[in-house]
Design a protein around this ligand. Structure first.
Ligand code: URP
Ligand code: ZN
Ligand code: ZN
Length: 491
């Protein structure tokens, strides 16, 4: 006995067709017209769309960052993701300074024991010693085919150009892809210090310390290195005209370069959000910063014309009003020990959040809550707004993530032989996005009050129902690690 999804319209990256979908075990086994439901459990999909579960290739769950930890972990973050139609994500395992890549992977494997949806890891390199260079190819056997390097966050994650170049050389040899956070971290440091010295400490000055020019410059630098080394490059969280222009130029030259933007960069603005009165703007502090409407328009054009291939979230949420409970004392007593152990003692305690940056924008933890809302907001603004087709929506949120990161066609599409990761989408149903109702562990929602039309009403992971309306059916440990393949296509 299988599960028969009957009467819906399937959306893939290329088609919209009315057909039934039969799932047996964890796979889609048949797609056809008028399939018989006699031996199967039937899920009526009349009036609904069937799309592949979303894949969010840029998340930071339970990340030690900005003097605290991001809130959502592989438990709460996964549940929130699925409530928004996302059934898989790729998180960044971070190489600890002085440690190995394997050390980083071990820490993230431990965090992922809570997994409720499927997941994979990119490896973020922070310290590229010779022994680490030699270690890079060993990541392939672990199913890790993408390396991430930061061109910003000076004295934290930032690497120099030579390091980036060498990483690209070795990645190219082994069919891996290099991802970059592209902002000029040295110029950012100088701008930041100048602003603070002038007493410019409110959240909105975060923008001035990271103008679009330093994003465009760094993007261009990485694009040039990709051209020289032949290494596939994927530029994460692109926000502006300057970086899109650099990527477009590289693609026109035939370089193997690709890029993503994130849902917030299509809607949230410097003027209204980051520049909100008082400390409110801290809710929207992320890097690179959110930009104004003229840049949003450039991003919409870039996802339409294929310059950008993916929309992700960079989900990395922090409390707006955090710091409840003796976190600092505990952390000091345990030598900065891990949050989970602390939280287990009393879940009412809260780790510090955005308030760390009151009086100094540079101390506001960088990152936003988005994993739950990505697909609904992109559908609402993009498809309902007439900016992208339903097929392009699926391509950006599901299919291209799987293609670029070596999981296609097992993931990212509705096709015979694929994993039965299915979101049943009601294009008529509305939801008001709000911190009062969302599932992210965060006390604010950056889209607060936005009424979106088009929401997931049932979500399946490898044939197992994760949610039905408001009812959650997932469980910890149910999410599987997905080992990825090297030599993925450049698209
Ligand atoms: O503000 C951000 N983006 N926080 C997460 C870390 C990163 O740069 O991706
Ligand atoms: Zn980044
Ligand atoms: Zn990120």
């Amino acid at each position: 006995m299988g599960t028969l999804f009957k009467g819906g319209t399937i959306i893939t990256a290329s088609d919209m067709i009315q057909a039934d979908v039969l799932v047996e075990g964890d796979k889609i086994v048949t797609i056809g017209q008028n399939l018989s439901g006699r031996r199967h459990e039937v899920v009526s999909c009349r009036g609904k769309y069937l799309m592949p579960g979303g894949i969010d290739v840029h998340t930071h769950l339970d990340l030690s960052f900005g003097g605290t930890y991001s809130n959502d972990d592989f438990d709460t973050g996964h549940k929130a993701a699925a409530f928004g139609g996302t059934t898989m994500h790729i998180d960044f395992a971070i190489q600890p300074k002085g440690g190995s890549l394997a050390d980083g992977l071990k820490v993230w494997r431990e965090k992922a024991k809570l997994a409720q949806i499927d997941y994979a890891f990119h490896m973020a390199i922070t310290d590229l010693r010779d022994d680490v260079m030699a270690e890079i190819p060993t990541m392939l056997a672990e199913g890790v085919t993408s390396l991430k390097l930061f061109m910003a966050y000076k004295n934290v994650f930032q690497v120099d150009d030579r390091t980036l170049y060498r990483a690209m050389e070795v990645a190219a040899q082994h069919g891996m892809i290099v991802m970059v956070h592209a902002e000029n971290g040295d110029v950012e440091e100088q701008l930041r210090l100048q602003l603070l010295a002038e007493g410019k400490t409110d959240p909105v000055w975060h923008y001035s310390s990271r103008p679009p020019e330093i994003e465009g410059e760094a993007t261009n630098r990485a694009v040039v290195m990709s051209g020289l080394t032949g290494c596939p490059l994927y530029v994460v969280h692109m926000t502006c005209e300057q970086s899109v222009a650099a990527l477009r130029r590289g693609r026109a030259l035939g370089y193997p370069v690709m890029g993503e933007s994130c849902v917030q960069y299509f809607h949230i603005t410097r003027d209204k959000h980051l520049g909100a009165p008082g400390f409110e703007g801290a809710k929207y502090v992320c890097s690179p910063p959110v930009r104004n409407a003229e840049h949003h328009a450039i991003l919409w054009q870039a996802v339409r014309d294929g310059t950008l291939q993916v929309v992700s979230t960079d989900h990395c949420d922090f409390w707006y009003e955090g710091g409840v409970g003796p976190w600092q004392e505990w952390s000091a007593a345990h030598n900065g020990g891990d949050w989970a152990a602390f939280e287990a003692q009393d879940p009412t305690y809260r780790r510090p959040g955005k308030e760390l940056g009151k009086g100094n924008f540079a101390k506001i933890p960088n990152g936003l809550p988005a994993i739950e809302d990505r697909m609904m907001v992109m559908w609402h603004l993009g498809v309902n707004g007439g900016k992208i087709s339903p097929q392009r929506f699926v391509e950006l949120n599901c299919t291209n993530p799987a293609r670029i990161f070596g999981m296609y066609p097992r993931k990212g599409t509705v096709a015979v032989g694929a994993d039965a990761d299915i979101a049943i989408w009601d294009p008529k149903k509305t939801r008001v996005l709000s911190a009062r109702t969302h599932h992210m562990r965060c006390d604010y929602n950056m889209f607060e009050g936005m009424r979106v039309k088009g929401v997931p009403v049932m979500v399946f992971q490898r044939g197992v129902k994760l949610l039905d309306g408001d009812a959650w059916m997932g469980s910890n440990g149910q999410g599987q690690y997905i080992a990825r393949k090297a030599h993925a296509p450049v698209i």
